[in-house]
Design a protein around this ligand. Structure first.
Ligand SMILES: Nc1ncnc2c1ncn2[C@@H]1O[C@H](COP(=O)(O)OP(=O)(O)O)[C@@H](O)[C@H]1O
Ligand SMILES: [Mg+2]
Length: 245
């Protein structure tokens, strides 16, 4: 397997589609149905907030959307490609080429500069040192961290660390940014700054953003809110896009 599966594009099709997606953890008596026949279509350029109580299946859905885990049942299409039919390695290629990830805990390498953290995905791709340096500097500039390249995570605030993580997620120019509670470890002020950055990336670069949050304040930045309850979609609402300060 030398190349990523090539998605075919059609503006009529959603970018991402769940058709009857179910996920069961465990087997037999211990089996637990975490997602139950989910149908969900996501268009390119949407900013989707996934909400719902703890244990409702949000992270399970994100793991499938992020090609990190496979569904137990149903079809998962990414630009028309049946991801549920791909093997582990092909899923990894799809992930590396089209998706960027941001986590609640930032997940940066501790004794490594911001610059090197952001270069990492390009290193995995085998890009040249020059290309890595240039792209990482650009990505750090886009998240407002020009001049902070040599700082390690310990020398940065939580908000700045999350910006580095976002720079690392966008340095490969992904189509989709997946963020599981990206503001969960930040105070309110930093949280709003991170949300405004995500909105900016969504609007200016056209990156589709899929974000899990349980804070209505953060979800208010999204163009659409999907509520999960007990592994099912309880509501799916488009909303007016909030204007950033
Ligand atoms: N790897 C796993 N093995 C067994 N059960 C799991 C696993 N991951 C999640 N679950 C269960 O599936 C349900 C949904 O989990 P999750 O998707 O993490 O919910 P949320 O992110 O909405 O809090 C929970 O009841 C959780 O305990
Ligand atoms: Mg979760």
């Amino acid at each position: 397997m030398s190349a990523a599966p090539t998605p075919t594009s059609s503006s009529l099709e959603p970018l991402i589609e769940f058709r009857g997606i179910s996920k069961t953890y465990g087997q037999g008596q211990a089996a637990f149905l975490a997602l139950s026949g989910i149908h969900l279509g996501i268009r390119q350029g949407e900013f989707l907030a996934i909400m719902g109580p703890s244990g409702s299946g949000k992270s399970t859905a994100m793991n499938i959307l992020g090609c990190l885990d496979a569904p137990s049942e149903g079809e998962f299409l990414f630009q028309g490609v049946h991801v549920e039919r791909l093997g582990r390695n092909q899923r990894a290629l799809l992930r590396r080429h089209y998706l960027g990830f941001v986590f609640q805990g930032f997940n940066l390498l501790a004794r490594t500069s911001a610059q090197e953290n952001v270069e990492l995905p390009l290193l995995y791709r085998g890009e040249s040192a020059l290309k890595r340096h240039t792209a990482a500097r650009e990505a750090l500039a886009r998240v407002g961290l020009s001049g902070w390249e040599r700082h390690t995570p310990a020398e940065l605030s939580g908000g700045q660390q999350q910006r580095v993580a976002i720079a690392r997620a966008i340095v490969t120019q992904p189509l989709v940014l997946l963020a599981d509670e990206p503001t969960g470890n930040l105070d309110s002020h930093r949280s709003h700054e991170i949300m405004e950055l995500l909105v900016q990336l969504n609007r200016e670069q056209g990156i589709t953003v899929l974000m899990v949050t349980h804070e209505p304040d953060m979800a208010s930045y999204a163009s659409r809110i999907v509520h999960f309850v007990d592994g099912e979609i309880a509501s799916d609402t488009e909303q007016e896009v909030r204007t950033c300060s």
